[in-house]
Each structure stands twice: as structure tokens, then as C-alpha cells.
Design a protein around this ligand. Structure first.
Ligand SMILES: Cc1ncc(COP(=O)(O)O)c(C=O)c1O
Length: 377
């Protein structure tokens, strides 16, 4: 049985008529820039995430850039972040002219190690940027405490974590800003690029809204040098159809994660393959289900050969990326991230995955473990 890493068509099929009607509504209105779809989506997502302000933007990358610009982070400034994330996290910091100061991950959760954050703060540090990787919140209390002591804001990269909670609070509403992505593979995915910036701070929201449209208010009067960070009305209309289903989709992903735990345990594989952890004070939304084995590359080849979707997130931490060579880091600087880059592999977890498909995934992994590692029950 072939099992894709993600099956967007399975999610689209039952919503097809509603989505096409939403697209038609925008086409008939001929209002493609800002307007009622954007306002409607912002209202709905504000309620869904439980934040005061939700600002629809062009992508998760632009949400990060806009947050940094709204906080006036610029050349000469430093931002402390994880070395292990999607490129946009560090890329946005460099694009405003600031320096990413990288720290290692907590090996159990893949997230920024709070113990290392405080030591990385200098008088030039202007923000801390934790990432809620794969849909699990970073350990925010000690990170917020370090930020408070330094008098600097926290920007949450919640691109992969919509609906995730930390101590019963939604991520994206805990730091000064939350940055979300609606890239099609996210739990709430658009039909192209789209993102969201959230905040509970009225002044920051006002500044971010201004920067979203070239700092312009009213038309052709520019108070700040911003950019075009607007979300398309077509994407907003599609997201408005999909957003009410997010809670159900997340529950399905969580049920699939629980089912994997049972299947791996029953097959005697949980000693050979490490499964993702979910600390008791956090709710994982499983944008990715990432397993670990020192034999990762061989497991990947085996799954590729069996038609089982999988992906490496991410093969190279930021401190080893060629474009960041001038930051001066070396191999060995962040051993936990380097280990994760070498031993982790995402397997299918999307909501529509069937039990038979999960059995096939675990069966293929079991076959590998027994052949390659000689582990028997
Ligand atoms: C952790 C993280 N940050 C930022 C982004 C950027 O989002 P986008 O692809 O919408 O620009 C992503 C998306 O892949 C992400 O996973």
C-alpha cells in the first residue's frame, strides 16, 4: 500500500463545492485586495486563536518580517533563536539587518532550550524568537521570564502550531507577536501562500497594520517604510471555509498520533524508534509526526522503496547553512540540533490517514528494524 506524506485532495473533496462557491463570491465581487473577506477572516481567527488582534498577511515568512519591523529591529541588533527550524525563522532576522544569535535545542522536544537562551542575551539583544516546531509549543515560561528580565519582547514562530497550547493558553497569544503560516501543508492551509500576525498589544497591532501596506494612511501618505504584506482576498475566502474544520482535523491528527503509539508499542518497535514527546502542560497539534533513529538515512531509503511518504525536517541546522557562514558558527557548536538533523524523519500524520495506512507505515518500519537492526520482539 502506498501512503503519501500528505493527501490534500482527501481534505479538499468534501469541501469542494463550498470552496468553489467562496472563490466565485470573490470573483463576482471583484474585490481582490483587502475588503470584507480579509476582515471576516481576521475576526474569525481572532476568536479561534483567542487573541485581541489578528492581521492577515501574505505568508508566514512575511508575518515574521512584519513582527521584526513593527518592533523596529534593525542593523546592529541581535535576536536569539533556535538553530533548528525552517529557514524563514533566521532568514527574516537577517533581512531586517539584525544578527541571529543561535542556540541549541532541547533534544526531547526539538524546541529552543530555555536554559541556553539567558546565556545568549547581550545588551544588543532586541528579541527572543522561539519556534513551536512540528506543532508543539516551546517551553515558554522560562523564555518569557528571560525576556522580561532583559526587557525585550518574545516573537513566537507559530507557523506550524495553530491550535497548539502551552499551559492551556493558545500559542501566538503569549509573546508580543505570534506568526502563523497557511502554507498548503500546514494544519490550516490556503491554496497558495498566506499567513497571520497576532498580538494582544493595541499599539503594536496598529503599527503592524500600517507597515502591512507601505506605512500608508490615508492613501498615498506614508508614515513608515513598510511593504506589501497583504493577504489575497481569494486566500482569505478559502481559509474562511476551512477554518471551522480545523479543530476536527487537529483531533484526527492527535488520534492518529495516539494510534501510532499503540501500533509501535504493539509491534515492539518503541525501543528502536523514538516517537515524539508531548509534555503534560502542552497540546501538540502534530503538523508533523517526527520519529528518530540513528539509522535514519537507511530507513528513509527503505520507506521510499515501499511507497511510504516521509521527509527530513530539516537536514541542515542554521549554523551550518552556507548563507550563514559569516555568523562564524562551526560544526559541533549545537550538538543536539546536529543530531536531530541526522536522525529525525517525518512520517504521514494527516487527518484523513486511515488505520490501514497507519498499519502499513508501521509495518514497513517494522520490516526495516527487524532486517537492519536485528531487533526482535
Ligand atoms: C517554522 C516556520 N517558520 C516560518 C515559516 C514560513 O511560512 P511561509 O512558508 O508561509 O512563508 C514556516 C513555513 O514553512 C515554518 O515552518
Amino acid at each position: 500500500m502506498r501512503v503519501p506524506l500528505l493527501d490534500l485532495e482527501a481534505q479538499y473533496r468534501p469541501l469542494r463545492d463550498e470552496i468553489l462557491a467562496a472563490i466565485t463570491r470573490v470573483c463576482d465581487s471583484q474585490r481582490f485586495i483587502m475588503g470584507p473577506e480579509i476582515e471576516g477572516l481576521e475576526d474569525e481567527l481572532r476568536a479561534l486563536i483567542g487573541v485581541k488582534h489578528a492581521i492577515a498577511v501574505s505568508s508566514g515568512t512575511d508575518a515574521l518580517l512584519l513582527a521584526l519591523m513593527a518592533l523596529d529591529i534593525k542593523a546592529g541588533d541581535e535576536v536569539v533563536t533556535s538553530t533548528y527550524s525552517f529557514f524563514a525563522t533566521a532568514g527574516a532576522i537577517v533581512r531586517v539587518g539584525a544578527r541571529p544569535v543561535l542556540v541549541d535545542i532541547d533534544p526531547a522536544t526539538f524546541n529552543l532550550d530555555p536554559a541556553q537562551v539567558a546565556a545568549a542575551i547581550t545588551p544588543r539583544t532586541k528579541a527572543i524568537l522561539p519556534v513551536h516546531l512540528f506543532g508543539l509549543s516551546a517551553d515558554l515560561n522560562p523564555i518569557m521570564a528571560a525576556a522580561d528580565r532583559a526587557g525585550i519582547p518574545v516573537i513566537e514562530d507559530a507557523a506550524q502550531a495553530i491550535g497548539s497550547t502551552y499551559q492551556s493558553r493558545s500559542v501566538g497569544g503569549i509573546g508580543a507577536f505570534g506568526c502563523f503560516s497557511f502554507f498548503p501543508s500546514k494544519n490550516l492551509g490556503a491554496f497558495g501562500d498566506a499567513g497571520l500576525l497576532t498580538t494582544n498589544d493595541d499599539a503594536l497591532a496598529k503599527r503592524a497594520r500600517l507597515l502591512r501596506t507601505h506605512g500608508m494612511e490615508p492613501k498615498y501618505y506614508h508614515h513608515l517604510v513598510g511593504a506589501n504584506f497583504r493577504m489575497d482576498a481569494l486566500q482569505a475566502a478559502i481559509l474562511r471555509v476551512k477554518a471551522p474544520h480545523l479543530a476536527g482535523w487537529t483531533e484526527s491528527r492527535r488520534a492518529n498520533a495516539a494510534q501510532y503509539r499503540t501500533l509501535f508499542r504493539d509491534a515492539g518497535l518503541d525501543h528502536a524508534i523514538a516517537l515524539p514527546v508531548e509534555p503534560s502542560d502542552r497540546r501538540h497539534i502534530f503538523n508533523q509526526f517526527v520519529v528518530r533513529t540513528p539509522e535514519r538515512d537507511a530507513l528513509k531509503r527503505h520507506l521510499d522503496g515501499r511507497g511510504i511518504g516521509n521527509e527530513i525536517y530539516y537536514p541542515v541546522p542554521f549554523h551550518l547553512q552556507p548563507c550563514f557562514a559569516d555568523l562564524g558558527y562551526r560544526r559541533g557548536d549545537f550538538p543536539h540540533a546536529e543530531c536531530a538533523a541526522a536522525d529525525s524523519l517525518a512520517i504521514p500524520i494527516y487527518g484523513e490517514l486511515t488505520e490501514a495506512q497507519q498499519v502499513a507505515v508501521v509495518g514497513a518500519i517494522g520490516e526495516f528494524v527487524h532486517q537492519r537492526l536485528g531487533v526482535t520482539r
